[in-house]
Ligand binder design. Structure first.
Ligand code: FPP
Length: 238
């Protein structure tokens, strides 16, 4: 375990892919795969923060996922509600600040109310940040930040030549540091609109397992792979 103590990525993002295939392979409804994925989350999140990661972004639902059939979307909303209710006190007790990234429309009222409650009640958490990307699109996030900045310029609260990389960061859904390491399960090699601005120098890792099978051991293997990478941020090779 000694190797895990050094060079821990500060901000990790996970694209929790393959729930549907996990279920289909077992002759189950796709929603059962999401349920199994959610079951896996608590121990995994706990383990990731114990490893020293300070910010964890989870891709819970993309804006594009709303094109799926309404039964699957509705089952997912119910699953979010169930998990928010079940895990909320644990997150608060653990001093984890929960934030959400994404557009509010067309999320259900009960889901929005639950998200607002969790945000409010965990806002003083100072151990780590759990960023749940729900109804999220990286392109929309940049569009929404641009609109906020344009508005400031129009109202003469910001000069055009004052806009820099940090200004954009500041007006994204959450003012979080760049993402260091992105893991996408299920063997697909795509970024799918996840943290586009924040991922400029992220390292990527694509384990073959479906998300419900991405356990602590799998995360440790991912971390060991990260620790072998030589991050140069555009500079010279050492
Ligand atoms: C992608 O797999 C996964 C999703 C669209 C949903 C992920 C949600 C969870 C794991 C539940 C999270 C719960 C909380 C509380 C954050 P897919 O359906 O695209 O899989 P496939 O590619 O095999 O079809």
């Amino acid at each position: 375990m000694a190797a895990l103590e050094k060079n821990i990525p500060y901000h990790v993002g996970i694209i929790m892919d393959g729930n549907g295939r996990w279920a289909t392979k077992r002759g189950l409804k796709r929603s059962m795969g999401h349920k199994e994925g959610a079951k896996n989350l608590k121990t995994l999140v706990e383990h990731i923060f114990k490893s020293g990661v300070k910010v964890l972004s989870l891709y819970a639902l993309s804006s594009e996922n709303f094109k799926r059939d309404s039964e699957e979307v509705n089952d997912l909303m119910n699953l979010f509600m169930e998990n928010f209710k079940k895990e909320f006190s644990y997150l608060k007790e653990q001093n984890i600040k929960v934030v959400f990234s994404g557009r509010r429309e067309p999320l259900r009222e009960d889901v929005l109310a639950s998200m607002d409650k969790i945000t409010k009640e965990t806002k003083n958490g100072n151990l780590a940040i759990l960023n749940i990307c729900l109804n999220y699109s990286g392109q929309d996030e940049i569009v929404d930040a641009t609109k906020k900045i344009a508005n400031l310029v129009v109202n003469k609260e910001l000069a055009i030549n004052e806009i820099n990389k940090d200004t954009i960061y500041h007006y994204l859904y959450q003012d979080l540091p760049p993402v260091d390491f992105i893991i996408r399960t299920s063997g697909e090699y795509r970024i799918s609109n996840f943290l586009l601005y924040q991922a400029s120098y992220a390292e990527y890792y694509f384990p073959k397992v479906y998300f419900p099978d991405f356990n602590q051991k799998e995360f440790d293997m991912a971390l060991m792979e990260y620790q072998k990478r030589n991050r140069r941020f555009g500079g010279n090779a050492k």
